[in-house]
Design a protein around this ligand. Structure first.
Ligand code: ADP
Length: 163
């Protein structure tokens, strides 16, 4: 039977840290559903359509083992719909732990049959976050090491409009 995991996030925008986690997830699961959240408490820079499209472009080299979807509502419900038995989340630093621990505990209460799996990225991406990328890009810094060329271009275009 095919093993399926779901990797949720805001992906605003997708970075090489996210992609690194997707690659690692594929060594554990046959298929990974990358779920771009539509409703998010953080005010996103990109619309959910833009975030999903960029995520699709960046992850296309992984082929059909990756499916990018957009979702709203409860993650565990979406996980159930797609037959996922694992939720992938990333841990970069201790600062991620508190929130991720609470989220995993809540998801376990809501769906005891789905396990959260925490993965750590390659050390070179361990400090990387979408918010850091947006900040550096808005100040004119070079982000080419941390995002794909498509994301870099999208950020430059978006920030030109916004500032
Ligand atoms: P959210 O708003 O749900 O945290 P993000 O897109 O910021 O959405 O992150 C989604 C998941 O990916 C989170 O578990 C986050 O810790 C993880 N993540 C983001 N960037 C990295 C990175 N550089 N290395 C490892 N995990 C990461």
């Amino acid at each position: 039977m095919q093993t399926i995991a779901i990797y949720p996030g805001s992906f605003d925008p997708i970075t090489k840290g996210h992609a690194d986690l997707v690659k690692r997830s594929l060594s554990l699961f046959d298929k990974v559903i990358v779920a771009v959240s539509i409703n998010h408490s953080k005010e996103p820079l990109f619309t959910f359509e833009e975030r999903a499209e960029l995520t699709r472009i960046v992850l296309s080299p992984f082929g059909s083992n990756i499916q990018v979807i957009s979702f709203k509502g409860l993650l565990v419900d979406v996980a159930g719909q797609y037959g996922a038995t694992g939720i992938i989340r990333g841990l970069r630093a201790v600062s991620d732990f508190d929130y991720e621990f609470q989220l995993a505990a809540m998801n376990r209460n809501l769906a005891p049959n789905i396990e959260t799996i925490f993965l750590t990225p390659s050390e070179k991406y361990s400090f990387l976050s979408s918010s850091m990328i947006k900040e550096v890009a808005s100040l004119g810094g070079d982000i080419s090491k941390f995002v794909s060329p498509e994301v870099e271009k999208a950020l430059v275009d978006k920030l030109r409009v916004n500032f």
